[in-house]
Design a protein around this ligand. Structure first.
Ligand code: FEO
Length: 170
């Protein structure tokens, strides 16, 4: 089976999105590391590794179907972030964009009756639900626990508990 030109374009764009997500999370992890948020830093380093794995999954999928994946230039991460809450909010917004893009690929697969890509993308649908839920729960903590230094420290510990256990809390 060969992928349609439209599908190859959509999947290549998804590769860029996943790659950007990996790069953005790497910057967020570094920001947290330098700012003393060790738990959050570990969480974002972990997320960055996961996004690279997502990117590779799509690269292999395209390659195995006979087309060399197009590894395009990615945008620089936004470097004007100033607080842990802003970082968490930005990561949730980024994940929501990724989810939207994945749903668009699935809609294209349905339109083209491309059952193979439709099935392949289901893993990403589930992964996005988990990722959005996890980040959303972290974001809610700022309202529940607060935003002073002690509260931020608690949120940092909570984020550490999420690291190394996939997207689910420990
Ligand atoms: Fe692979 Fe969270 O986007």
């Amino acid at each position: 089976m060969r992928l349609s030109d439209d599908m190859i374009k959509a999947l290549n764009e998804q590769i860029v999105m996943e790659s950007e997500a990996a790069s953005f999370y790497l910057y967020m992890a570094s920001w947290c590391e330098v700012s003393g948020h060790d738990g959050a830093s570990e969480f974002f380093y972990n997320q960055s590794d996961e996004e690279r794995m997502h990117m590779l999954k799509i690269v292999h999928y395209i390659n195995r179907l006979g087309t060399i994946a197009d590894i395009s230039t990615i945008r620089e991460p936004p470097k004007n972030l100033t607080s842990l809450e802003e970082i968490v909010r930005t990561s949730l917004e980024n994940e929501q964009k990724v989810t939207k893009s994945i749903h668009e690929i699935i809609t294209l697969a349905e339109k083209e009756r491309d059952r193979r890509t439709f099935d392949f993308m289901q893993w990403f649908v589930k992964e996005q639900i988990e990722e959005e839920d996890t980040v959303d729960r972290v974001l809610q903590k700022f309202d529940v626990i607060g935003r002073d230094k002690l509260a931020i420290n608690e949120i940092d510990k909570y984020m550490k508990s999420l690291s190394g256990s996939g997207s689910e809390p420990a």
